[in-house]
Design a protein around this ligand. Structure first.
Ligand code: BGC
Length: 736
């Protein structure tokens, strides 16, 4: 068959009905299939092959002929392939030529959009709005599923505190509570009501666990994670994803307690599968099982296979330790057979749940163009982008007025390279630039310099170009490839000659609004000094330019709140709001006390704290009350306040509730975000915001590794950010 006839062939394929099976029917179908499988076929299901033409890297990857393996029924899944003709061809091989006709599972990294690109996750996390976050993953799922993809490797649920690590862009930031809220939203959005839906993809919670703690922010570096921290901070987002029914979990590259996560029986089998009753599939990260050889905890690939199986790893990504050695291992140690069966059951259950046994060509027979980059999807991308923008500073220069002539300066003014890393099939041509966002206005443009290069406009040329402008919008930042996987940085400054451009712009003596494009918090001191307003623009995806221009012009007021602290400088990282108290706090009346926990050259506080974000109106908090000042383990205290928009524009406020415990068996953070609420108010409007504080709200892992709250005093803080606390009230917990 040539390429053309194949395309015709799949377009003419009749869609077969996808059945919704009861759990009994599902178990029966899976068991019946399992009973017909040879050990080689079972092991085959546990292998995810790399996409064709992939450049294979890693200690244990090589090219086995995947086509032959598929025909033998010895491939379960394929990674990162999106070409529909190929997807169709290989599926046809699997379901027509392999003995048991088990369909392949196609997996792809759909992290923040498939064709329509949404803001990077760290930006989306600044919305503090799980509804819009869920909408973005719903759209991403529809676009991917209608293109033949069955599973996405997202959401990434690593809690992150070190902006040097390039993958902070993929995460929901430094707080596990916020991360847990998004974990649920993302999984529900991807998986819709049921995986049988033609618009759903299976989600994958990754990377289990602790990858966000890579030492010194260096990619793939080692991790040291205590059991207390694991349970208090790193596990909750995964728990939220599991509670939301996440279909798969990916093991991490790093070690936990000295044992690589992928071969870690305590993590995968005892904690995840047994304690958390997780019923889905566990997949390795890219050759993370093989990397046990580099970690020096496995001598060879055979030991990798044995350790991974015992640990509870169901499917290997790219590595072939299972394919090559598992049959021999199980022959030698038949007691391991139930482990293989358990893994294969999980994989087959996922395939049945997705409807692949009913319609293996699910998504491939659709006219994908009808489902991707639609006007409706772009609207959601616009809303998500607007809500992700964080206004860090504003002396009143924003919003811009319509009568002003705007000077757009900087390498990001006319750049559409603002999708960010992990942009799946997003095309730069489909992304709106900042200049396009200003197309209805009076403006002049000047690139000034490139992001990375050595070029720089002269002072005189810049002055001439900007002679007639009233206000400058300076669009600068990191290249979009400077964050993401394998993009750790030691410095958090602007690359190329952008700092010089900033200095030149400031000499123009015109009001300056700076927009920062980046996949991580950068050191913004210089920008703060030279800007009248400072806007964190992340990488906002397809609708970037429209969203930014509308926020700058005041068409819509900004509402984003930081999901990660912005450090004062790189020497301060990791800096995050929920740090533990020190035994040597800085005395209030002696801020330079030598033997206190501080730097002698910089402040302890970040430049912008977690939760910070400004807008164009004034929100007043008043009438703060609590229904009681004491509570027991089964009583609740209602915390109430009035929020009034006393400014002149409609805007959204995010009211944040933090608690501070005075005592516990383990040291607890100085503040812990426990709840937040958003209100959207017109000028003059008010709303009563309520928080229900109960025993659970006060809990934290204790020395016995159980979640509990000690009797005693708790401060309830109501704030506009983690550092801008408006009201505080002490309540007392009585534990009988
Ligand atoms: C990344 C994963 C990703 C996988 C497949 C790995 O290198 O760590 O997050 O899902 O590749 O693309």
């Amino acid at each position: 068959m040539n390429e053309k006839t194949i395309i015709e062939d799949y377009k003419q394929q009749e869609k077969t009905e996808i059945l919704k099976r009861s759990s009994e029917q599902l178990i029966e179908a899976v068991n019946s299939l399992l009973s017909k499988m040879t050990l080689a076929e079972k092991v085959g299901q546990m292998y995810q092959a790399a996409h064709f033409g992939a450049e294979l890297v890693g200690p244990s990857v090589d090219n086995i002929d995947t086509v032959d393996l598929i025909k033998q029924g010895r491939v379960g899944s394929i990674l990162s392939m999106s070409d529909k003709t190929m997807l169709y061809k290989l599926q046809k091989l699997a379901v027509e030529e392999s003995r048991l006709r088990i369909p392949l599972l196609y997996a792809y990294d759909v992290v923040h959009g498939y064709k329509t690109i949404f803001p990077i996750s760290l930006g989306l996390a600044c919305t503090w709005d799980e509804t819009i976050v869920k909408k973005t993953s719903e759209v991403a799922a529809t676009e991917a599923a209608r293109s033949g993809i069955h599973m996405t490797f997202a959401p990434m649920l690593d809690v992150v505190k070190d902006p040097r690590w390039g993958r902070v862009m993929e995460s929901f930031g430094e707080d596990h509570y916020l991360g847990s809220v998004y974990a649920k939203a993302y999984v529900e959005g991807f998986q819709k009501d049921s995986l049988t839906s033609r618009n759903a993809v299976a989600a994958c919670a990754k990377h289990f666990i602790g990858y966000g703690l890579s030492e010194a922010g260096r990619e793939y570096n080692t991790v040291d994670l205590s059991e207390m921290k694991l349970r208090q901070e790193y596990l909750p987002p995964f728990k939220a994803a599991i509670d939301a029914g996440v279909a798969s979990v990916m093991s991490a590259f790093n070690v936990v307690g000295g044992i690589p996560a992928t071969g870690n029986k305590y993590l995968l089998r005892n904690l995840l599968k047994d304690e958390l009753s997780y019923k889905g599939m566990v997949i390795s990260d890219y050759d993370s099982s093989g990397e046990m050889i580099h970690h020096k905890t496995a001598r060879d690939l055979k030991e990798v296979a044995e350790k991974s199986l015992i640990a509870g790893l169901d499917m290997e990504m790219v590595t072939k330790s299972y394919v090559k050695h598992l049959e021999i291992i199980v022959d030698e140690s038949p007691y391991l057979m139930p482990y293989v069966d358990d893994s294969v059951r999980r994989i087959l259950t996922l395939k049945y749940n997705l409807g692949l046994f009913d319609d293996p060509y699910k998504g491939l027979t659709d006219h994908s163009e009808d489902y991707t980059l639609t006007e409706e999807h772009r609207k959601i991308a616009y809303e998500a982008a607007v809500k992700s923008i964080v206004l860090l500073e504003n002396d009143g220069v924003l919003p811009l007025s319509q009568t002003q002539t705007v000077g757009l300066i900087g390498p990001f003014v006319q750049s559409n390279e603002v999708n960010g890393a992990w942009s799946a099939l997003g095309n730069h041509q489909d992304t709106v630039t900042l200049a396009e966002g200003f197309k209805e206005d009076t403006f002049v443009c000047c690139q000034g310099c490139s992001v990375l290069g050595d070029d720089l406009i002269s002072e005189s040329d810049l002055a001439v170009a900007m002679a007639d402008v009233d206000v400058i919008v300076l669009a600068i930042g990191e290249d979009e490839n400077m964050s993401g996987e394998g993009a750790s940085r030691a410095f958090l400054d602007l690359p190329g000659r952008q700092n010089e451009l900033i200095e030149m712009v400031s000499k123009l003596n015109k009001p300056c609004v700076t927009v920062v494009f980046s996949g991580r918090p950068l050191d913004l001191r210089l920008l703060k000094e030279h800007s009248n307003a400072l806007v964190q623009g992340w990488f906002l995806g397809s609708e970037s330019g429209y969203a930014l221009a509308d926020v700058l012009k005041g068409v819509v007021a900004p509402s984003g709140r930081l999901s990660m602290s912005m450090p004062y400088c790189v020497g301060q990282v990791p800096v995050y709001y929920n740090q533990l108290p020190t035994g040597r706090p800085v005395p209030k009346n002696n801020s330079t006390h030598r033997f206190s926990s501080r730097y002698i050259d910089i402040p302890n506080e970040p430049l912008y704290a977690f939760g910070h974000g400004l807008t164009y109106t004034i929100f007043e908090y008043s009438h703060f009350t609590t229904t009681a000042t004491r509570l027991t383990t089964n009583e609740n205290v209602l915390v109430r306040l009035k929020v009034t928009n006393s400014g002149e524009v409609t805007a959204t406020e995010t009211v944040q509730l933090y608690i501070e415990a005075s005592y516990h068996s383990v040291s607890r953070p100085v503040k812990e975000l426990k709840m937040f609420k958003q209100v959207r108010l017109k000028p003059g409007e008010h709303e009563i915001v309520e928080f229900d504080v109960g025993y659970e709200t006060l809990c934290h892992i204790d020395e016995k590794l159980i979640s509990s709250a000690s009797a005693g005093c708790y401060m309830i803080h109501i704030g506009k950010s983690s550092s801008d606390i408006v009201f505080t009230k002490e309540i007392v917990l009585e534990v009988t």
